[in-house]
Design a protein around this ligand. Structure first.
Ligand code: F6R
Length: 248
């Protein structure tokens, strides 16, 4: 996996934001939509901040952007402070000119009996848009991508996932205690992610170093879902020096 190592997250994020902006603009010139797969969590915040800056200072328009988020906790109300709907609006959507009907986030309110149907329609919608042009990812301390926890299969599609203890523990502070963190999430599957034409994974800080090493240098294994990306023809990891620390 090609790995770009930067001195800090800010420089790496500027490079990633530039790649996304170039793609949006080139699709605009062709009169086509630009289909983005987006992530939440702390890692992409600096990329979104840079995109907002480019919107304000360079007039980068998101009118032709269609986006699909990777995941949402389940159950989750969209107006909750913990929802990924809220996160995306605060971190990006409310600050740029993306039409509200152009972004999709898994629905944390669908009744349990209808999740499979919802997930199927989510994948179909991505396919109907021609697939994802650019997929942004973070990586969990356990190697997850999206909320595809260890054990997820390479052909997995959007579905309900039981979160690992370590994933819930990582979110405990934000939720005000482990017992407040939802036990499940709806996540795009590994196949849904791997089908993207371009995949960029972000990782900042020492905490991510062991899983960056495992994903880049280790065997392809369901125990480290990010290792599935080794099979992708157009993937890159953008990391800071600390996250690259364990690479040989
Ligand atoms: C979020 C997501 C997760 C995070 C991962 C890293 O939409 O899909 O895989 O990317 O848990 O989270 P941070 O960036 O907070 O370290």
């Amino acid at each position: 996996i090609p790995t770009q190592i930067y001195a800090n997250a800010k420089d790496a994020s500027a490079a990633v934001a530039k790649e996304i902006a170039d793609l949006i603009r080139s699709k605009q010139k062709e009169g086509k939509p630009c289909v983005l797969g987006l992530a939440t969590g702390s890692s992409p915040k600096t990329v979104y901040a840079q995109l907002i800056k480019m919107h304000r200072e360079e007039g980068l328009s998101f009118k032709n952007v269609i986006s699909f988020n990777l995941d949402e906790y389940y159950p989750m109300q969209p107006d909750s402070i913990h929802s990924y709907v809220r996160f995306m609006r605060e971190q990006l959507f409310d600050h740029v000119d993306i039409p509200q009907e152009n972004y999709f986030i898994p629905d944390g309110t669908v009744p349990a009996t209808m999740i499979a149907d919802f997930a199927h329609r989510y994948d179909n919608k991505i396919n109907a848009m021609g697939g994802i042009d650019f997929q942004l990812l973070g990586i969990g301390g356990n190697g997850h991508i999206g909320f595809n926890e260890p054990g997820s299969l390479i052909n997995s599609r959007t579905r309900l996932m039981t979160l690992d203890h370590s994933t819930r523990a990582a979110a405990a502070m934000e939720f005000g205690g482990l017992h407040q963190v939802p036990k499940k999430a709806i996540t795009m599957g590994v196949a849904s992610i791997i089908n993207a034409k371009r995949v960029v994974l972000l990782a900042w800080g020492e905490r991510k170093a062991p899983m960056i090493k495992a994903a880049v240098e280790g065997p392809v294994t369901e125990l480290v879902p990010a290792s599935y990306l080794q099979a992708h023809p157009n993937v890159a990891f953008f990391v800071d020096e600390r996250a690259a620390n364990d690479l040989t």
